[in-house]
Design a protein around this ligand. Structure first.
Ligand code: KG4
Ligand code: ZN
Length: 343
C-alpha cells in the first residue's frame, strides 16, 4: 500500500518575503511568512539586504511551518522551491536551502516558477475548510504583481501561454511609484488602496496609453503623474495632504481601467469567460470590486484568491510542487536559481 499522505514543503524567497508552507495531499497545513521591514527606509527593496534577511529568516520560518503543521522533517516527501524569476541573491538562499535540506533527507527537490505558482494559488485548499470553486481549464489569468503584469491563457496546470504583458513597468510598480511620488512608504499599493476608499476616482484624469494588442505600458502614466503632482505642488504646497484620498482614488482607477480594458479584450478575442486574477495587486479592493461588476455585465465567472494567497507566499509554491510531485516532475540537485525564468 502507498503512503497515505504526501507532504510537500514549499519555500519562497524571490523578493522580500521569506516564506515556508507545508501542504499535505494538496491541502495547506501551515503558511508562514516573514516580511522585511528593513526596506521601508529606502523606499524599495534593496537586493543585498533582502538576501541577508532571507539567510537570517529561512531556518526559523521553516521550523515554524513544521511545528504548526505537526509534520516532522522525516515525514517530508519533497521540497519545492521558487527557482525564479526574482532577485538572484534572494532566490539563491531559498534554492540552496531547499537543495541542502532535501539532500540531507534523501528526498527530491522540485523547482517552481513563481509566476505559475501565483496562478496555481487558485488551487489552494485549506485543511478543515470547505473547498472553493476552482477555475476550469482553459481560463484567463491576469497576473499583477510588483514585477510582472501578464494576461495568461492557462490551458492546464503547467501549460500556460502569455498572451499579453507589460512592455515596461508592472502594475504593482505603478502603484508603488505613484505612492513614492506622493511621499507614502513602501510598498505603496496597499496604502493607495486604503486612502482611495474615501476618495473620488474621477476627480483627476490621467492619460491611458495607446498600446496595440493585449500588451500594457505603465511608464508613461508614472511620468504624467509625476508632472501632475509637481505642477500642483508649485501652486499649492499642501496639495497632496489636502487631496490625498482623491489623488489615490484617481491613480488607482486609472491603473484598474488600463488592466480591465485589456482583460476584456482578451476575453473577447479568446471567447473565454473563466477569468482569474493573481499576484499582489489582486489584493486591491477596487480591482476586486470592478471584477465583480464585470462578472455581472459580461457573464464572466471570476476567481480571486484569498488575500493571503495574492501577495507572495509559500503555500502557492507548495501547491505547485504537489501537482509536479504527482507527475514525478523532479529537479536535479545541479539546478541553480534563475533570475529570469519565463513562463
Ligand atoms: O505578488 P507580490 O506580493 O510580489 C511580487 O511577486 O512582486 O506583489 C507585490 C505588489 C507590490 O507592488 C504591492 O504594492 C502590490 O503588490 N500590492 C497592492 C496591494 N497589495 C499589494 N497593490 C494595490 N493594492 C493592494 N491592496
Ligand atoms: Zn509574486
Amino acid at each position: 500500500m502507498g503512503k497515505p499522505f504526501i507532504n510537500i514543503l514549499g519555500i519562497e524567497s524571490s523578493c522580500d518575503e521569506t516564506a515556508a508552507s507545508i501542504v499535505q495531499n494538496g491541502k495547506i497545513l501551515a503558511n508562514i511568512i516573514a516580511g522585511q521591514d528593513i526596506h521601508k527606509a529606502y523606499g524599495g527593496v534593496v537586493p543585498e539586504l533582502a538576501s541577508r534577511a532571507h539567510q537570517k529568516n529561512i531556518v526559523p520560518v521553516v521550523a515554524e511551518a513544521m511545528k504548526i503543521a505537526g509534520v516532522r522533517k522525516e515525514d517530508m516527501d519533497a521540497i519545492a522551491f521558487t527557482r525564479g524569476p526574482g532577485l538572484l541573491g534572494s532566490l539563491l538562499v531559498g534554492t540552496s536551502f531547499a537543495k541542502a535540506f532535501a539532500l540531507g533527507l534523501s528526498i527530491p527537490v522540485i523547482e517552481v516558477n513563481h509566476l505559475q505558482a501565483h496562478i496555481l494559488a487558485h488551487f489552494a485548499e485549506e485543511k478543515n475548510t470547505a473547498p472553493s470553486k476552482k477555475p476550469a481549464f482553459p481560463f484567463l489569468c491576469l497576473t499583477v504583481s510588483g514585477g510582472h503584469t501578464q494576461i495568461v491563457l492557462v490551458k492546464d496546470f503547467f501549460d500556460m501561454e502569455v498572451i499579453g504583458e507589460t512592455l515596461d513597468d508592472a502594475a504593482g510598480e505603478a502603484f508603488d511609484k505613484a505612492a513614492k511620488i506622493m511621499g507614502l512608504s513602501y510598498p505603496g499599493g496597499p496604502l493607495i488602496d486604503k486612502y482611495a476608499l474615501e476618495g473620488n476616482g474621477e476627480k483627476f484624469r490621467f492619460p491611458h496609453p495607446n498600446i496595440p494588442g493585449l500588451n500594457f505600458s505603465f511608464s508613461g502614466l508614472k511620468t504624467s503623474f509625476l508632472y501632475f503632482i509637481n505642477e500642483r505642488l508649485k501652486k499649492d504646497p499642501l496639495f497632496i495632504e489636502q487631496n490625498k484620498a482623491d489623488i489615490c482614488a484617481s491613480i488607482q482607477s486609472t491603473i484598474i481601467d488600463i488592466l480591465m480594458s485589456k482583460l476584456k479584450k482578451a476575453s473577447t478575442l479568446t471567447g473565454i469567460k473563466e477569468i482569474a486574477v493573481a499576484g499582489g495587486v489582486s489584493a486591491n479592493s477596487a480591482l476586486r470590486k470592478t471584477l465583480e461588476a464585470e462578472k455581472e455585465r459580461a457573464g464572466w465567472t471570476t476567481y480571486v484568491p484569498k488575500f493571503e494567497y495574492c501577495t507572495d507566499n509559500a503555500a502557492m509554491i507548495a501547491i505547485a510542487g504537489y501537482y509536479k510531485f504527482l507527475k514525478k516532475d523532479f529537479t536535479s540537485q545541479r539546478a541553480t536559481a534563475a533570475a529570469r525564468y519565463p513562463l
